[in-house]
Design a protein around this ligand. Structure first.
Ligand code: PPS
Length: 293
């Protein structure tokens, strides 16, 4: 079907407790905050563009014991409702409420904005974090291609917005650090995009153990294969090609899937400025990232 891009409008933003979110999310905030989680819900959480879809596919493959046909039953955004996403045809909490348990849900909310029922029900949560530089580059391209999101402006403008923590879903620093602290209190498996990329077997095993699954090595081999970047890029149930507001000819959702692409975007001056701020903002945490392959 031919998409008329003029009919798709870039949304405005607003704020909840100082965090920039889509206006539709803010308008529905009470409903999102009151969302009732169930004890057997599994939540996949991340800052946007940190590897959410990758984790969603890994978890679904594990839950379906490596059965690829079952995993391809529906597009990924239908399989795993996006908690705080709301638009004309989609209300995250309603989608989740209509779904039978056990549910796998997705969120990009910073830890302080997670609906309290997830903590009350002691739900298992998998958080995936990605180094800030690659995360920023990926998000910039996503806002260019996703015509429902605000225009990111030029790379230089976007760089500034990101550093100031004024982009969508708020500050990357607050996000990754907040969830890092929460993992010491709640059942949270905290993973890194870079680790999954370097050693998918080891990281997928961690997810399996966290989910209480014990699958044979040959099933694990299959999961590694079907969740690899090149296979997921071609999988219409995982690559978001059925999402009308995304224009993949501007930049595909499955764009590069690599560590270190930031080197193709950061100028020397931007890199110096970034590194200086990074040192300051990460001085109060034990959390550390790899930005190189
Ligand atoms: S979203 O919209 O927030 O849910 O996006 P998210 O899925 O978090 O992030 C998209 C980026 O993850 C890359 N990706 C992968 N990388 C490696 N392997 C696999 N299997 C994989 N699947 C998705 C995707 O390409 C985006 O990163 P960039 O750097 O833009 O390519």
């Amino acid at each position: 079907m031919e998409v008329d891009w003029n009919l798709i409008h870039r949304e405005e933003v607003s704020q909840v407790r100082g965090v920039v979110l889509l206006k539709s999310t803010c308008d529905y905030w009470n409903k999102i905050w009151d969302f009732q989680a169930k004890p057997d819900d599994l939540l996949i959480s991340s800052y946007p563009k940190a590897g959410t879809t990758w984790l969603q596919e890994i978890v679904d493959m594990i839950q379906n014991n490596g059965d690829v046909e079952k995993t391809r039953r529906a597009p990924i955004n239908i399989r795993n409702p996006f908690l705080e996403r709301v638009n004309l045809s989609y209300v995250g909490p309603d989608r989740a409420n209509e779904m039978p348990s056990p549910r796998i849900l997705k969120t990009h909310l910073p830890v302080q904005l997670l609906p309290p029922s997830f903590w009350e029900e002691n739900c298992k949560i998998i958080y995936v974090a990605r180094n800030a530089k690659d995360n920023m580059v990926s998000f910039f391209h996503f806002q260019r291609m996703n015509k429902g999101l605000p225009d990111p402006g030029s790379w230089q403008e976007y760089f500034q917005t990101f550093l100031e923590g004024k982009g969508l879903w708020g500050s990357w620093y607050d996000h990754v650090k907040g969830w890092w602290e929460a993992k010491d209190i709640y059942p949270i498996l905290y993973l890194f995009y870079e680790d999954i990329k370097k050693d998918p077997r080891c990281e997928i095993k961690k997810v399996m153990e966290f989910l209480g699954k014990n699958l044979e090595e040959k099933v694990l081999d299959k999961i590694i294969h079907y969740t690899s970047f090149n296979v997921m890029k071609k999988n219409p149930m995982a690559n978001y090609t059925s999402e009308p507001q995304m224009n993949h000819s501007v930049s595909p959702f499955m764009r590069k899937g690599m560590i270190g692409d930031w080197k193709n975007y950061f100028t020397v001056a931007q890199n110096e400025r970034f590194n200086e701020e990074y040192r300051e903002k990460m001085a109060d945490t034990t959390l550390s990232f790899s930005m190189e392959y």
